[in-house]
Design a binder for this molecule. Structure first.
Ligand SMILES: CC(=O)N[C@H]1[C@@H](OP(=O)(O)OP(=O)(O)OC[C@H]2O[C@@H](n3ccc(=O)[nH]c3=O)[C@H](O)[C@@H]2O)O[C@H](CO)[C@@H](O)[C@@H]1O
Ligand SMILES: C=C(OP(=O)(O)O)C(=O)O
Length: 427
């Protein structure tokens, strides 16, 4: 079905409560990891997003049967591996799918996976994934856009990542869980999504030590059992709504949050003059009647300021009088939102991965999201204007935000997505 654009009539304050969805970037690797067990696995807290449907299609090709057993609960069962390849048509849709290489390799001893896709903002290398698997004893070949992996016996040994990589750590962990070897990963990512993957695998009987530190030790086990697990809340969605509240100078309560996953965003918004109160799994963001101050932001690996929230921060700072500077060395080309924000009147100058932003007032304009978080920046910007903004590229927003228009309306935004006209209705 063709997706119609998202319409947003700005100029309204946000208010009330919004429940943050479960984490996309934690759920996707956990769904992949479920195929390491031949027994059924039940997951709670799986967001209903197009990326989740894509990874389920890929898992089904590998041999995973699934059934939704609740609004956000899913059972997965992979009694046997039917195919050891991950085809281009599925892998090219989404970056996270590349970690299926490690999972199939662990369970089946060999795998062929197409080079990854995902949001198109520039190069997203996988050299560390390949180096790690090779260092641990896998044979990796590259041919015609595919990576082939074979292992003879179990993986073992030590690998030191050259930089903190979330995906690279996922892939190496998944590849090492089964078998009799001991694997040590140094300079491993301490990202929340890595910790959640390790906690899930340990629930199924894996023996992985060190989650949340830079050294992971994986003692291979003969097999994983089934089990039940709840995925963490989505810190990127939470960050997006925190920034939306600040940009509209509103008061918003977020529920289903892990405040400890949001400290870098909380610190930056507090520095700007926003009041943020942490109360258990709730966060109250209050920017009413505030004269926000410009700030400088540099993205980093967790626990630093996330690259996935950088475009949304550009939209906010474009509304704050004064000069702000944003730098995104994690993904230096993640800038597709800039030209679209400029169409809405934003004063942003780009040099390399640095944005210099002179804040002011934005106006409505027709705009197009070219990737997921660029789309988030655009709906935040649209909410600060007086007019109606039409945002095209909704398929990207659907990758990362559940029932967006409906949920934005529930907190006071005037957002809607017209239904496409059926052919018969147009006759
Ligand atoms: C550290 C970081 O913020 N990671 C984010 C990144 O994860 P994702 O797994 O996509 O990216 P990585 O964490 O692997 O990348 C971190 C950095 O390492 C570099 N790199 C990575 C792998 C590799 O083999 N070689 C290499 O050079 C990347 O270019 C990047 O500069 O995007 C995801 C989706 O947007 C986010 O949820 C993650 O939080
Ligand atoms: C860009 C994202 O996802 P991916 O890495 O799958 O492209 C994201 O979650 O912001």
């Amino acid at each position: 079905m063709q997706l119609t654009p998202l319409h947003l009539q700005g100029g309204r304050d946000l208010s009330g409560e919004i429940a943050v969805q479960p984490s996309k970037n934690a759920a996707l690797p956990i769904i992949v990891a479920s195929l390491l067990s031949s027994e059924p696995v039940t997951l709670h807290g799986v967001p209903r997003l197009s990326d989740v449907y894509t990874i389920l299609d890929l898992a089904q090709h590998i041999g995973t049967r699934h059934a939704w057993v609740g609004p956000n609960s899913l059972t997965l069962h992979t009694p046997e591996i039917l195919n050891t390849d991950a085809p281009y048509a599925l892998v090219s849709k989404m970056r996270a799918s590349f970690i299926i290489l490690g999972a199939i390799l662990a369970r089946a001893g060999q795998a062929t996976v197409s080079m990854p896709g995902g949001c198109a903002w520039g190069p997203r290398p996988v050299d560390q994934h390949v180096k790690a698997l090779r260092a641990l004893g896998a044979e990796i070949s590259e041919d015609g856009g595919n990576f082939g992996a074979v292992r003879h016996g179990h993986l073992s040994g030590t690998f030191v990542f050259e930089m903190l990589t979330v995906g690279g750590t996922h892939n190496a962990v998944l590849a090492s869980v089964l078998g009799g070897g001991v694997v040590t990963l140094e300079n491993a990512s301490i990202d929340t999504d890595v910790v959640d993957l390790v906690n899930f695998l340990n629930t199924l009987g894996a023996r992985i030590e060190g989650a949340g530190t830079n050294t992971l030790t994986i003692h291979g086990v003969a097999a994983l059992r089934g089990g039940e697990y709840t995925v963490i809340p989505d810190r990127i969605e939470a960050g997006t709504f925190m920034i939306a509240a600040a940009a509209t100078r509103s008061r918003l309560t977020l529920t289903n949050v892990r405040p400890d996953h949001l400290r870098a965003i909380t610190a930056k918004l507090t520095e700007m003059g926003v009041d943020i109160l942490e109360a258990g799994d709730r966060l109250i963001v209050d920017a009413r009647d505030r004269e926000l101050k410009p700030v400088n932001v540099t993205t980093q690996s967790f626990p630093g300021f996330p690259t996935d929230v950088q475009p949304q921060m550009s939209a906010l700072l474009a509304t704050v009088p004064g000069t702000s500077v944003i730098q995104d060395p994690v993904y230096p080309d993640r800038l597709t939102h800039v030209a679209e924000l400029q169409r809405m009147g934003a004063n942003i100058t780009v040099s390399g991965y640095t944005q210099v932003i002179q804040g002011g007032k934005l106006h409505a304009a027709p705009v197009k999201a070219a990737d997921l978080r660029a789309g988030a920046a655009l709906f935040i910007a649209a909410m600060t204007t007086e007019g109606e903004t039409v945002i095209d590229g909704v398929q990207y927003l659907n990758r990362g935000y559940e029932r967006l228009a409906e949920r934005l309306r529930s907190i006071g935004a005037n957002a809607w997505q017209p239904q496409p006209m059926l052919a018969s209705a147009m006759d």
